[in-house]
Ligand binder design. Structure first.
Ligand code: NAD
Length: 274
């Protein structure tokens, strides 16, 4: 039985992927900063007849990841597949408006942020969480894969890595780094038999973007409406939309596929808007 380690597994998207992978017979280590969130999903998997453990881990601290690896190795054996799912944005790396207008420089509303107000610490937080938070777990867990067959790494980039989204320069740049790293690592690991690929999800309604895309009574914000208008398939993604591509990239069915970043975005990144 292959062991899959998933970071950010207590979250919406990776929790769904954990359950789907468990259904296929993989045993799952769910790593998350919030152990209760990881445990909750592990319990659901175990109750449904699968095998899973929740493990506390911070993807930004190597010692924490080493401790998590020790626990995974003791309880489930060595890691075959790593899904680097932990990631996200931060308001301190986000501008209030999509375009800078001269009048914005006089805006004294509390919390209003132009490009000039972006906080370097906020930008670093987002870069670290998405990029360093992909690199460190890979350093720790891919050591288990060397010399074994059928091992792979799946990163979670974003469709904003192809073309940056307005307002979120830190998150767009950090995910572009994740896509670039996916290709770099695919080449670097090609002689030791570890495939490295990524998903580039489009817009999925989750806790990290719900407030940006919907109002308190569930209606679309102006930004939410723009997104749906720019998505040829005319809807947000559902977490389940990520399952089949994940299963394919983790399975030997994709044994000659490495270094790809697959958009799962209802056509958003293919559409020029005209
Ligand atoms: P989510 O916020 O529901 O889940 C993220 C999980 O990561 C949370 O459980 C959180 O506790 C955990 N986490 C945060 N910091 C951590 C750390 N330092 N160490 C370990 N765990 C940590 O988010 P989601 O929407 O399910 O996103 C999952 C991935 O998909 C992220 O990489 C995100 O950037 C990416 N993504 C999401 C969307 C979307 O529309 N939701 C689109 C494109 C890409």
């Amino acid at each position: 039985m292959k062991t899959v380690v998933i970071t950010g597994a207590g979250g919406v998207l990776c929790g769904t992927l954990a359950k789907a992978l468990a259904k296929q017979g993989y045993q799952i280590a769910l790593l998350d900063l919030k152990k209760e969130a990881a445990d909750k999903i592990a319990n659901e998997i175990n109750a449904a007849g699968g095998k899973a453990i929740g493990v506390a881990a911070n993807v930004l601290e190597k010692e924490s990841l080493e401790a998590a690896k020790k626990e995974v190795n003791e309880k489930l054996g060595s890691c075959d597949i790593l899904v680097n799912g932990a990631g996200g944005n931060h308001p301190l790396g986000t501008t209030s408006n999509p375009f800078l207008m001269e009048v914005d420089l006089q805006n004294t509303t509390e919390g209003f942020k132009t490009f000039f107000d972006l906080d370097a610490e906020g930008i670093k937080f987002v870069f670290n969480l998405n990029f360093i938070g992909t690199l460190l777990p890979t350093q720790v867990f891919s050591k288990d894969m060397i010399g074994k067959k059928g091992c792979s790494i799946l990163n979670i980039s974003s469709m904003n890595a192809f073309t940056p989204l307005t307002k979120i320069p830190a998150y767009s740049g950090a995910k572009a780094a994740v896509s670039n790293f996916t290709q770099w690592l695919a080449v670097h690991f090609s002689k030791v038999g570890i495939r490295v690929n990524a998903l580039a999800p489009g817009f999925f309604l989750t806790d990290q973007n719900r407030a940006l895309l919907t109002t308190e009574n569930g209606e679309l914000t102006a930004r939410g409406n723009t997104i749906i208008g720019q998505t040829p398939m005319g809807r947000f993604g559902e977490p389940e939309d990520l399952i089949s591509t994940t299963l394919y990239l983790c399975d030997d069915a994709s044994s000659f596929v490495t270094g790809v970043v697959i958009p799962i975005d209802g056509g958003f990144s293919a559409f020029s808007g005209v």
